[in-house]
Write a protein that binds this ligand. Structure first.
Ligand SMILES: [Zn+2]
Length: 299
């Protein structure tokens, strides 16, 4: 056994309908109690300790991206942090490789929003495209906001870094005509991939829907950052939300949609593999995670 012992490879496969979905672990980020807004901090701390987490917040909130394989097509939803956020994230490529898939296999990358833990992995440390054959799809509203020169010049601190990382991450794709921006009321971003407008967390925060009926899966990006706090209390926002009120509204709408239609959820920041269902409980919602199980040959 290696010393220190290594974790199992960070990928898990599921067959949903006729598509193979692979959850890819990129690493973790801290989500702090002091950044959760809308209820007294003491309540946040109680929620966290009730969930057996440190009251200051969850230091190991997962960052998860997803690979969707269908009819020979390889689609990646988000890319993790790459080298943008330091060594706690940026492990997606290793885990993709452990799953037997190479960056060259990826034809399309859809980005839920241009925060560094979702788009940083689009590029290598040298600023080259990490996915040499892929076209990148992102909501026009997000690209417009984060790439805007004036907004970038005005931004300070973390906000400025986000603008800069977004620009660096998209640059090699833009240069080679492989950046596709779309309006979030577009029905289909790609054949079989529909966009769901979730703006609020960012200007163009987008969910992606694939599949039909109860085999439908929503890749919801950052609808939830702290499941221990925001599932029982969906009105809790987070400091990094661009427009907290709209982020809360989007969360309520999305929660209602996924429970009403019984859709699968693929979430960037729920415990790995971030796949499951949402269930209504008395005053809020609860997470029903999928279970580790063999991958059936076909549906
Ligand atoms: Zn995120």
């Amino acid at each position: 056994m290696p010393n220190p012992p290594a974790q199992a490879p960070g990928f898990q496969r599921f067959r949903i309908g006729n598509r193979l979905v692979t959850a890819l672990y990129d690493g973790y980020v801290p989500i702090l109690a002091e950044d959760l807004r809308g209820v007294p901090e003491e309540q946040v701390r109680t929620r966290l300790t009730d969930a057996y987490l440190p009251e200051e917040g969850d230091p190991h909130t997962a960052v998860i991206a997803f690979l969707v394989q269908e009819d020979g097509r390889h689609l990646l939803v988000d890319t993790g942090g790459g080298t943008a956020l330091g060594p706690d994230t940026g492990h997606l490529l290793d885990n993709l490789s452990a799953a037997g898939v190479t960056p060259d296999d990826i034809e399309h990358v859809v980005i839920t929003h241009l925060h560094p833990d979702h788009c940083g992995g689009l590029v290598t440390a040298q600023g080259d495209a990490a996915y040499p054959r892929a076209t990148v799809h992102v909501a026009r509203a997000d690209a417009r906001y984060w790439l805007d020169g004036e907004q970038t010049a005005r931004a300070e601190g973390v906000q400025r870094t986000i603008h800069q990382t977004a620009a660096t991450s998209l640059a090699p794709y833009q240069r080679t005509g492989r950046l596709d921006t779309f309006d979030t009321d577009t029905n289909e971003v790609l054949p079989g991939v529909r966009a769901l407008d979730q703006h609020g967390h960012t200007a163009g925060h987008t969910g992606y829907l694939v599949g039909e009926g109860t085999d439908t899966m929503l890749f919801w990006g950052d609808v939830v950052h702290s499941h221990s706090v925001q599932l029982p209390q969906p009105h809790v926002s987070i400091a990094i939300d661009n427009e907290p009120d709209l982020a809360v509204r989007a969360r309520n709408e999305v929660f209602d949609l996924v429970t009403r239609h019984r859709w699968w959820v693929a979430a960037a920041h729920l415990p790995f593999p971030g796949l499951g269902h949402l269930r209504r409980v008395e005053n809020g919602y609860a997470w029903v995670p999928t279970h580790f199980r063999p991958v059936p040959e076909s549906a």
